[in-house]
Write a protein that binds this ligand. Structure first.
Ligand code: GLN
Length: 478
């Protein structure tokens, strides 16, 4: 196997035994990028820049210079961070996001190319990127999912060892599921958002996208923890997540939410998920059906709250402080032209929708009401977690769809998040792991959810499943 095909923990072994170097790892990634990037397009400007990549300096630390790929909405000092939007063209942050400082302190090298994404993380397919879509490594005419589609496709195609993404309504888990890799959304407040360019501040979390569960446990441990620069980060000890990889789930109580197995769920996916649930049962878990009765409101509630927060967060992009500026002698005109030319279609749609639900006269009817239903959704989970250790469900109602298939129908696109967004509304952690393939050879993801700050449960269940299946070992033929 080439170095770029290995997991991070396998490479760490080699680095520790001086059997390889960060430069050799970079070389093998670079060779892979040169070969497959013209088809996959996981990185921003990947094809042009793959020729002369160098690793920035890295400190002495346990990661020993192992490179980590970063989504384009996480600030990396001196490296372009453009949220795949024209309006942030040329923006090179003068500082690192907290997760980046933490990784650097651990001895990681930040990979010099950023991963492609939907503009400002608005989307479920990576088609909303200013730089054009990423292609699914398993089937190049399909989307990789979104918005962290570049991170997931890079990991799946061995163009990255591991990666960071962000998840506001499913943007780590859904692309992980579409690309056959592992993706975790941590508990809200577990990982600092300082330096993550905000989409919806009450929902956003940064998390890992990796080749296996052990790597996810390692990377989560490195980025978690209290940060005084993020007032929503929670001061709670970070456990050693690798200790949760016990391989034993005997006696655990797992709930299967009946509202997730209704019309809209592809029948092939349903069968694959049922087989995965049977597997968990054979491994000793106790399975019961549970109910999350407010699930049907999750999509509308999310698209009110997320767009409201997005419209407010995007107000700062005015052509004055960062990125793109339209030419005009008149200040008002400059603002208007910058925003008209700088934002893509989906960003504009969300600014308009978000501004509407926050406007006088509609605030109570839409925004406030959505907040109340959000509480009900959260209470559904509290109730189930009173009796159960975790909840298992599909990550997405379908496997990867064709590029262009939903691009012109925002409502259809929004429905592809139906199984992921409740988790963000409730603030709980969830992981997606590979659990099978459709007849067409597209990966399917199994989602596991747990109580706030119980990422350990996710790792335990996910790892046990992974150790007893081979799905994560199968690679796309590129
Ligand atoms: N697909 C969802 C949206 O379009 C979620 C995106 C995300 O998690 N960033 O809002």
């Amino acid at each position: 196997m080439e170095l770029n095909q290995l997991t991070a923990h396998e490479l760490l072994e080699k680095l520790n035994h001086q059997e390889t170097t960060p430069e050799a790892i970079l070389d093998s990634l670079q060779a892979r990028i040169r070969k497959v990037e013209p088809q996959v397009k996981a990185y921003v400007r990947g094809e042009q820049e793959a020729g002369n990549l160098t690793l920035n300096s890295f400190s002495l630390g346990p990661l020993k210079g192992l490179p980590v790929t970063i989504k384009d909405n996480i600030c990396t000092e001196g490296l372009p961070t453009e949220c795949c939007s024209k309006i942030l063209r040329g923006f090179r942050p003068p500082y690192d996001a907290t997760v980046i400082s933490k990784l650097k302190k651990s001895g990681a090298a930040i990979f010099p190319l950023k991963a492609n994404m939907d503009e400002f993380a608005f989307g479920s397919s990576c088609e909303n990127s200013y730089f054009g879509p990423t292609h699914n490594p398993w089937s190049l005419d399909c989307v990789p999912g979104g918005s962290s589609g570049g991170s997931a496709a890079a990991v799946a195609s061995d163009e990255a060892i591991w990666a960071l993404g962000s998840d506001t309504g499913g943007s780590i888990r859904q692309p992980a599921s579409f690309c056959g890799v592992v993706g975790l959304k941590p508990t809200y407040g577990r990982v600092s958002r300082f330096g993550l360019i905000a989409f919806a501040s009450s929902l956003d979390q940064i998390g890992p996208i990796t080749k296996d569960v052990q790597d996810a446990a390692i990377l989560t441990g490195l980025i978690c923890g209290y940060d005084p620069r993020d007032s929503t980060s929670v001061n709670q000890d970070v456990p050693d997540y690798t200790k949760s990889l016990s391989g034993d789930i005997r006696g655990l109580k797992i709930g299967i939410p009946k509202e997730y197995f209704v019309a809209g769920l592809d029948s092939e996916i349903k069968t694959i998920i049922q087989e995965a649930v049977n597997k968990l049962q054979n491994l000793g878990a106790v399975i019961h059906q549970v109910s999350l009765p407010h699930t049907e409101y999750a999509v509308p509630v999310y698209y009110i709250i997320a767009t409201a927060e997005a419209s407010s967060n995007l107000a700062r992009f005015d052509g004055v402080q960062y990125g793109y500026r339209a030419q005009s002698d008149n200040l008002m005109q400059m603002y208007k032209l910058t925003r008209a030319q700088g934002f893509g279609q989906e960003a504009k749609r969300r600014i308009i929708l978000g501004t509407f639900v926050l406007s006088h006269g509609y605030y109570d009817a839409y925004y406030l009401r959505a907040l109340k239903v959000r509480t009900l959704i959260k209470q559904d989970f509290d109730q189930v977690f009173g009796d159960f250790d975790c909840i298992v469900a599909p990550t997405s109602p379908t496997s990867a769809f064709k590029i262009g298939e939903k691009a012109l129908d925002p409502l259809k696109m929004y429905l592809s998040d139906i199984y992921t967004i409740s988790v963000n509304l409730a603030g709980i952690p969830a992981i997606s792991i590979p659990c099978g393939f459709t007849k067409k050879g597209l990966p399917v993801g199994l989602q596991i959810m747990a109580k706030p700050f119980n990422e350990e449960m996710l790792f335990r269940v996910a790892h046990t499943f992974e150790q007893n299946t081979d799905w994560h070992k199968i690679k796309p033929r590129l």
